[in-house]
Design a protein around this ligand. Sequence first.
Ligand SMILES: [Zn+2]
Length: 746
Amino acid sequence: MYDDKGWHHEGYHLIGEFYSEFADYDVMIELPINYLTGATGELVGPNGENERMKKLSSGPYNDSTYGVNKTVYYRAKNVTDFAFVADPKFLFERIMHNDIEINILKTRKNLKHWKSVGDYVIKAIDFYSEKIGKYPYKRITVVDGNITAGGGMEYPQLIIVKSTSSPISISLPGMKDKEILERIVAHETGHQWFYASLATDEYNEPFMDEGINSFYENEYMIANVHKDEKSKRGELYKNMFLSSIIYYANITYSMNTSCASFDNSLLYGSAIYSEGPLVMREIRTIMGEKVFDNFMKEYYNKYTFSHPRLKDYISLVYKFTNRQNADYIKRRLTENIVNDFKFKEVMIEGDTVKIMIDKGDFFPQLPISLFYKDTILNYLAPEGTGLQRFYIKGTKGLKNIVINKNRDVFEVKRLNNYWKNLPKFKILGTVPDFDHYQIFLGPYAWYDSRGGVIAGLWLEGREFINYDFLMGKNQWHAGINWQFKNSHPEYIFAYSTPLIAQRNYLKFYFNYTISNYIYTSQITLKKKFSGDFFFNVASSRYLIGKVTITYKDVSKVDSIYIDPINYEKGKMSTINFGIESKETFKYINYNITGNLQLGKNRCLSDFDILKGAVTMKSRIGGRKKILGVDLFAGAGNSDIPMNYRFDMSGDMMSYAFDGKHIKAYSGFSGKLSFLFPYIRPYISAGYLMHPTVNCGIYYSAGMFIDAKIASINIPIFYKSPDMSKFDYRILFIFKVMDIDIGSISL
Ligand SMILES: [Zn+2]
């Protein structure tokens, strides 16, 4: 691609896509006669190829010409790329929709899920055509293909959609296969507008295709799948979820960020696929829906089959809205704006509500909703930045006032968007609103040869501030389990709430835990600067006082940390220094951690313990990761108390032999595991040194089964010098999730 900025030679990267010029293609592909094909462009030859594809799809192919090759001929005009697929196992189906030819290439194994794909394509074409403009081509081919790049991939007139036919993902609450499939089909179909015909620079301006397209994908889902208010809010929350993590981690991006600037796929996904649609939603709010729709239609009309830039998009904004709004939108798209609206004051005088809100840098009108006993009234707070004062008539039956109720403006921190009309006296507390309160329920089961069967249940609840889990107040956790072998119960109850939790500021938590072993209450202060500062005061049955200070220098590529300085009254105090390095060498990703621990007892003279360890975890096979090699070596001086010794089993085989540790002074070990999709067989061996217990070589083999919602470790063989009897534990880890962050499709 060559434009006024010169040559664009970006290849196909892990993060981001490409930017290419329009061209005509005449492509001839010679391949075995029993192959079905799909491609960009029109199928020109050979004669009768469509009929042959239909025949091939209807049963086993027994033409006498089997083994002979054919040449298929595709012709495509004015496209930025040419793509084709070929497979003898495809099942071909063609449907016509308003003169648009829809070709579907399905596979037999996903037939059940794919029976509605034709409908999804039609719905998506209709939705995008109505919102943006007429479908730009005469045809589209949808292919069932198992690609690794997210949920699907777009090419001109051809899209690949990954089937999500795994039986496990169906059972996850809130993650329906059908819905994911429809979402991906809508998203990839949308790329025929935002990529294929509006051929933007996907590498330097990813917002222009993925950001805008993801906005329409979400709008499609709201219009077709999440019609009711609650479900619609859940849909918007999916976008918010990823962005809020990035927001609280103080890593946000502006919408003109190039793919080269993102350190990893999570940050790219958050900025472009999550924040992008929310920023689009904000632009729509500012312009007003009707004007916005006209603006988008004009954008498509003006720039179709060309290469619009973000600056072109922005200059068109100025033609559709007033200067101040347009100036703000321009800033919204080119700067890293973090909006946080809040109430400053609300006063009720007679029948008038006097409201003062802080709009920060946000200039345009801002949605405000007043919740009355039987109705909700929506207003717009006046234009202008900073503090804005306005009056609304009507106080009878007023319950709440909420800023930005429907997330029409992108804002993560919503804790201060609520004002509640509290009565003067209140005797009983209110029952939590289940829209804002979530309860998680999880089964709990394991077996080990010592404790026998252990079964239990845990419950967890937290008050979400408009689904914002990071602000979650009043979190509690209750769990109980029963050990059948020795009829022994275990229980735990914990409560925690943020007292102050603000981005960029000190975080202050209170936490109380009680169980049959310990009770702890603690107050935690957290402060973020270049590293992390963490101050923790705790008290418990055994612990009188404890101070933990953690410093982690995240500004370095690899981290250096002191973690933690631990002072326990009347006990040993330790300090831990570490250095961590993550590297990639060809197909090997490895992670080396070096650790040095010093500890002194009550006598303040010399260090009573000194120990050091090096751990290396490597995953071989590049992105596929087929082999895992873990190595560990550690040594300490002879005075190490029991709880500071090396957990040899824990270091290497925590899944399998949790609780069955061999406490050693020093030793080394290695583990090799095969990283298959669901089953990970492993072998491990090591050598332990200890002055009193039997030491020497230990080795083991087993397999770890990870079936997404449940994980099971099955040790097959275990031999250790201090153990004559085979001893094992099977642990089921159930992952119950109530939140769905949605799938990211490229
Ligand atoms: Zn995409």
